[in-house]
Ligand binder design. Structure first.
Ligand code: COA
Length: 159
């Protein structure tokens, strides 16, 4: 059984993330969406909120599981017997950083392979920060985030 881990902050998850999760769930037997407990990024949504939003957005995908981790991704992979990381690439500019991360993760645990998936063209511009910027001014979120989580974001931003 081949499991892929899709790591990220998901603050909040976007349609771009969901696009990668959906497509990865067709390629792998199981996809583990791993939400980083990242003190450095000072997330807007708590870990519990980010996990709950992802669970809601992926509830129709039976082979997708959502969990959280702290510390090094390579250690999380090794401790759980996972060997494949999936990452989405939106533009060439993502590549340099992602390449560095892939090599670092492999240097830390040499059984790790990173698989890059090009994001769908319609989501090239998307990021969690863009969603928060739009939401700050109570802009239209339709098409940017999964419909299930729209109300949660709107509540937080006082629409
Ligand atoms: N669609 C839309 N947005 C996407 C996307 C996609 N397909 N892929 C990435 N993004 C966005 C993210 O939302 C994020 O947006 P933001 O900066 O506005 O919040 C941005 O692109 C960067 O994404 P990503 O590179 O995945 O960063 P991340 O913070 O979400 O997650 C980890 C990074 C968790 C994978 C990485 O920090 C990690 O592994 N940390 C653990 C520590 C570790 O092991 N470090 C490596 C060795 S030193």
């Amino acid at each position: 059984m081949q499991t892929a881990v899709y790591p990220g902050s998901f603050d909040p998850c976007t349609n771009g993330h969901l696009d990668i999760i959906r497509r990865a769930s067709k390629l792998f037997d199981k996809v583990v969406v791993a939400v980083l407990i990242n003190e450095k990024k000072n997330p807007l949504f708590t870990l519990e909120e980010r996990v709950a939003m992802l669970k809601e957005a992926t509830k129709a995908l039976p082979n997708v599981e959502v969990c959280s981790f702290s510390g090094l991704l390579a250690a999380f992979m090794r401790d759980n017997g996972y060997k494949v990381i999936v990452k989405g690439l939106r533009a060439v500019s993502d590549y340099e950083y992602e390449f560095q991360m892939a090599l670092t993760n492999n240097a830390l645990f040499d059984e790790i392979e990173t698989v890059f998936m090009p994001c769908s063209a319609e989501f090239m511009f998307l990021s969690s920060s863009i969603v928060k910027e739009v939401a700050k001014y109570n802009g239209e979120l339709h098409g940017l985030v999964p419909p299930e989580i729209e109300p949660i974001i709107k509540r937080r931003f006082g629409y």
